[in-house]
Design a binder for this molecule. Structure first.
Ligand code: SF4
Length: 278
């Protein structure tokens, strides 16, 4: 994990068919073997957090990323997305890596998927502001649910994260989307979560439930419909209604370890797969 060590893994994956970002080419600024995250969400498709981390450090050398992106060449994508095997804002050189991505793949919007755990930090907000699209996680309506669903290693509270999100919104002119994962544990809290979302003034609210392999079963289309109703007046996208593009990944291995198509079985047999979800 040290930036001075030669790392055999690749940093670029996809493109993946994203219901939120179209044909999305992934850049993983963490790229460790095993998940490195500040959370251990109960529904995480990547399994348990192997490397709990709450401080920023360098994982990927910018020149190594530049070399990989040069090999990718002129792939047809809608978005370049920073995401991967953990929380991308843990990368202390995120701004530098983002500049490499923008330079090497010009003309595409650059997005980041973050769990927002470090958004109270000024340096993290400054890095996030470099992106065209910031998709920030918000899964809970209160501290207890936050601990139950996201299992954070960070010492900050949900309230701290919400304050950070509002601060970020006030200074950010790009697209801010909130990604909200709904499972049984927070299903009854949709009204409170909608109120929290409103207070952050996002450009979009992405209403999700775990349709990819997850230890937690998804909610049904009807349950998600009810949740969507609680968000009336907000610009929402419901995972069951979103369209996905057709894509062919550059390589299965690196894509598969960030976007697994098989994994731990759901805790119940209940699955509601959207056509083409996988
Ligand atoms: S924040 Fe993302 S990567 Fe980290 S545990 Fe949660 S779902 Fe998994």
């Amino acid at each position: 994990m040290d930036s001075d060590e030669e790392d055999p893994v690749n940093y670029v994956y996809g493109p993946v068919p994203s219901w939120r970002l179209g044909r999305s080419l992934g850049i993983d600024p963490v790229s460790t073997q095993g998940k490195t995250c500040s959370f251990d969400c109960i529904y995480c498709q990547l399994g348990r957090t192997v490397h709990p981390l709450t401080v920023r450090r360098c994982f990927v050398k910018p020149e190594a990323l530049r070399r990989e992106l040069a090999q990718v060449g002129s792939v047809s994508v809608d978005t370049v997305t920073f995401s991967g095997v953990g929380e991308p804002t843990l990368a202390a050189n995120l701004a530098e890596l983002m500049a490499v991505g923008r330079e090497t793949l010009p003309g595409r919007p650059v997005a980041i998927l973050t769990n927002a755990s470090l958004i109270s930090r000024e340096d993290v907000r400054r890095d996030l502001a470099l992106f065209d699209v910031v998709v920030a996680k918000l899964d809970a309506a209160n501290e207890e649910l936050f601990r139950q669903i996201n299992c954070p290693f960070v010492s900050c509270t949900l309230a701290d994260i919400v304050v950070g999100l509002r601060q970020f919104r006030g200074a950010f002119s790009g697209k801010l989307a909130l990604q909200m994962m709904f499972v049984e544990a927070n299903r009854k809290w949709a009204v409170e979560m909608a109120a929290l979302a409103r207070s952050c003034a996002p450009d979009e609210v992405q209403l999700n439930t775990p349709l990819r392999p997850s230890p937690v079963p998804p909610l049904s289309p009807a349950e998600m419909e009810e949740i969507e109703a609680a968000f009336a007046g907000l610009p929402t996208v419901n995972v069951y209604k979103a369209k996905r593009p057709e894509v062919t990944p550059l390589g299965e291995t690196e894509t598969g370890r960030r976007r697994p198509t098989s994994g731990p079985p759901s805790t119940t047999e209940k699955r509601f797969e959207k056509e083409g979800e996988r």
